[in-house]
Write a protein that binds this ligand. Structure first.
Ligand code: ATP
Length: 435
């Protein structure tokens, strides 16, 4: 028997006979009456079973079910001022779709703090929690907003190979694979390919794809497979053109997620702060000064680690800014494809940091063949391994620049998640290869 198909967000008392589908979250047997909390993807519905009014086999069938079993229940709606929806359902027909095993590997609504590892090992259960599921719904809203804003700004979505013969950043963080007896690698980023496209007339491209890093970094912001959102644009005057596009994109994403994800943000108890562009710009040298003023002893050329990023994050937060660029890093700390700043030891590079953490890096690229090849040699890379790439610079390459944004980190910072893994369905890291 089927009534009007309803879920917890659409059901009304006036529906009279409805069919609802979901998981048995809880069963309370009080002798003459039993209550079942049925959870669907939108919320919960109370199923009330007065023993005298419900058919015996339906009653038995339901009250002997285990938590998290899946059922389809048809019943009569009754007004109730005891429930959040203001109604309850008295069943007249039940279909048990599957009976859940016991005990459950982890609770869903229990207010106990479950370890991240247990949650990830049982991700299919973890995602039944409305707050966890909301993160992934918000992620989906974010991804759509990125595609929309990029497309609207004339960018073409592309896909480049993830099995490659050589990597952009050198050997240390490449995953080596056996490719029919030859050595190949999992792509660290689409860097070389998106740059090659700049010579083709496809002069504004973006890609959203997995990137792989064989980094043994056991932190809350590193995973070995992440989703990289890359953009590249030709005919730029300077890296500022690239930074302006990022501002347009991030601004749109924050607004769209706030607007379209209201329901999920409410579940998470979050409000996204929209910081209007332009985002503040600090040079690397200014950052060194800020950090050293706090008693740290950084030298020109030193890299910023978690601690330094956090110091700058706190400094910018005190000025009410969550998003800011850090520009002109030392050339020596940047990959070979970043353009040197004239005759200095700095580069036309930038990072975008969000609440004290790098979420993006980018810059103007070196488009002049000779300089590119010498930069490669300086980085101890063999230009012969990159001929497929450098050829694209030999026969007419416009000035260009671009960025890579870690989608997982953007989500983490936007929603103030504790760990980048919170926003990844099935994360991969140094110790995790399953589920
Ligand atoms: P970090 O210094 O924080 O390890 P990176 O300098 O290696 O980052 P890039 O190579 O510049 O990062 O990559 C661009 C963006 O890709 C980063 O800003 C970040 O958002 C994302 N990213 C890079 N590596 C990882 C990783 N291991 N896990 C998650 N995201 C990553």
């Amino acid at each position: 028997m089927i009534g009007l198909i309803r879920d917890s967000s659409t059901i009304k008392v006036d529906d009279k006979i409805v069919t609802v589908k979901g998981w048995i979250q809880d069963i309370k047997n009080l002798g003459g009456i039993s209550f079942i909390t049925l959870r669907d993807k939108c919320g919960t519905i109370q199923i009330t079973l007065p023993k005298k009014k419900v058919e015996e086999n339906i009653f038995r069938n339901l009250v002997t079910l285990t938590r998290e079993s899946t059922v389809i229940i048809t019943g009569e709606t009754k007004k109730s001022d005891q429930t959040a929806l203001g109604l309850e359902i008295v069943p007249i027909d039940v279909k048990v779709c599957s009976r859940a095993d016991t005990p459950l590997p982890m609770g869903i609504v229990d207010k106990v703090n479950v370890e991240m590892d247990t949650r990830l090992n049982n991700r299919f259960i973890d995602i039944r929690r409305p707050d966890v599921r909301s993160i992934f719904e918000l992620r989906s809203i974010m991804m759509k907003s990125i595609v929309d804003v990029m497309t609207r700004n004339g960018f073409v979505q592309v896909h480049t190979p993830k099995i490659v013969g050589s990597g952009a950043e050198g050997g240390a963080t490449l995953f080596k694979i056996d490719y029919f007896g030859r050595s190949a690698y999992l792509a660290q980023s689409p860097q070389l390919y998106k740059q090659m496209l700049m010579s083709t007339g496809l002069d504004r491209v973006f890609e959203i794809s997995p990137a792989f890093r064989a980094e043994k970094s056991n932190t809350n912001r590193h995973v070995t497979e992440f989703i990289s959102f890359d953009g590249e644009l030709a005919w730029i005057d300077s890296q500022k053109d690239v930074m302006s596009v990022i501002e347009i994109v991030i601004d749109h994403v924050l607004k769209e997620v706030s607007e379209k994800g209201k329901k999920q943000l409410e579940i998470l108890g979050k409000k996204i702060k929209i910081q209007s562009p332009p985002y503040p710009v600090l040079t690397y040298s200014e950052c060194i000064e800020i950090i050293n003023n706090l008693g740290v002893n950084l030298k020109d050329g030193d890299d910023f680690g978690t601690k330094e990023e956090k110091i700058i994050g706190d400094y910018m937060a005190s000025k009410g800014k969550d998003l800011y660029f850090i520009t002109e890093y030392p050339s020596a700390s940047k990959p070979f494809y970043i353009m040197n700043k004239d005759d200095t030891s700095y580069s036309y590079s930038f990072d975008l940091d969000f609440k004290g953490q790098e979420i993006s890096s980018g810059g103007q690229r070196e488009h002049r063949f000779d300089r590119l090849v010498s930069r490669m040699k300086e980085s101890e890379l063999d230009p012969n391994d990159f001929v497929f790439y450098t050829n694209a610079f030999k026969y007419g390459m416009p000035p260009h620049g671009g960025w890579g944004i870690g989608i997982d980190r953007l989500l983490t910072k936007m929603l103030d998640l504790q760990n980048v893994r919170d926003g990844i369905l099935f994360p991969r890291d140094v110790s995790r290869l399953s589920p």
